[in-house]
Design a protein around this ligand. Sequence first.
Ligand code: ADP
Ligand code: MG
Length: 302
Amino acid sequence: MSLQAANVTKFYGQQKALDDVSFQISQGEVVALLGPNGAGKSTMMKIISCYLPQSAGQVRVCGFDVAEDPRSVKKRVGYLPENNPLYNDMYVKEYLMFAAGVHQLGRKGKQRVDEMIGLTGLEAEYKKTIGTLSKGYSQRVGLAQALIHDPEVLILDEPTSGLDPNQLAEIRELIRETGKSKTVILSTHIMQEVEAVCNRVMIIHKGRIIADAPTSEVRMLNKASRIIRAEFDREVNVEQLKEISGVMDVIKEPGSVYRILTGTGGDLRADIFRFAVNNGLVLLSMEQQDQSLEEIFREMTI
Ligand code: ADP
Ligand code: MG
C-alpha cells in the first residue's frame, strides 16, 4: 500500500480543516483529490509530504509514518506545492542541482538533473533563469524538482492551475506518463481534469471525503443529489442497501460505515431507518451531507 490515512484531523487554531479523513491508495493509482476552494486539499497534501503535522490520526507512506519517520517518507515522496514556489533568480539547471543536493543525491545528482531536463522537456530552457520562463515551463521545472529523487509517490497540488490550453495538455500528458510508474495524487477543483488524468477520484468538501470512486463513476456521482452517511452495528450487504428505492450507489468505508448516494427524490433517511429495523440492524448514526452534491459540482465546474 502506497498511502494510508486513518482518521486524520487537522485544526488551524479553532478551525477544523480536515475532519476524520481516511483512505488508502495502492501503488500505481493516479488519484484526484477534487474539491472546491477551502475544502482541505492542500492541507492533506502538506501532511502527506511532512510539511505540516496533523492534529490527530495517522498517515503512512509506503509503510512509514509521517510523524515518526519523516526522513523515510520524504525520500519516497515528491511534492509540487500549490502555486509552485520557485527561486526566480536561479537558473533552471542550478535550481535542479540544488534540489538534488537537498535530497543528498551526491554524485548521482548531475546525472539525475540531466535526466529530468530530458523527461520534462526543458532542453531548450535549462540555461535560463526561472523567472523568465512561461508558466507552463515553470510547472515543468516544478515537476522535475518533485521527481529528482525518483520518489514512489508524487503529490501535485493543483498542477495545472493558471496554464493556457496548450500548456495544460502538455502538463497533463507528462502527469499521465509519470503515473504509469508512480503513485500520483493530484488536487484540482476542475472536474474535466479528473476525467483527463485520474483513475480514481476522492471528493473532499469541508474537510471530509464525501465520495471515493473510480473516475468512470464520476458522471453518476454528478447526478446524485445527496449523500447520507450511515453507521450500523455490523457490516451490511451493499447490494441490499442499493435495493432501497431512490438509492443510486453505496460506498463502503472502513468499519460498518456506508455512504449512500441518493437521487433527486425525497429524503431517504426514514427509508434507511426502516431498512435497519427490518433487517435486525442497529443504526448507530446517520447524517445527511449539508450541501447537495449538485451544488458542490456546480462550484467545481465553473
Ligand atoms: P484547499 O487546498 O482545498 O483550497 P486548504 O487545505 O488550503 O484548502 O484549506 C482548508 C481550510 O483551512 C480553509 O478553510 C483554509 O482557510 C484553512 N487554512 C489553510 N491554511 C491555513 C493556515 N495556515 N492557517 C489557518 N487556516 C488555514
Ligand atoms: Mg489548495
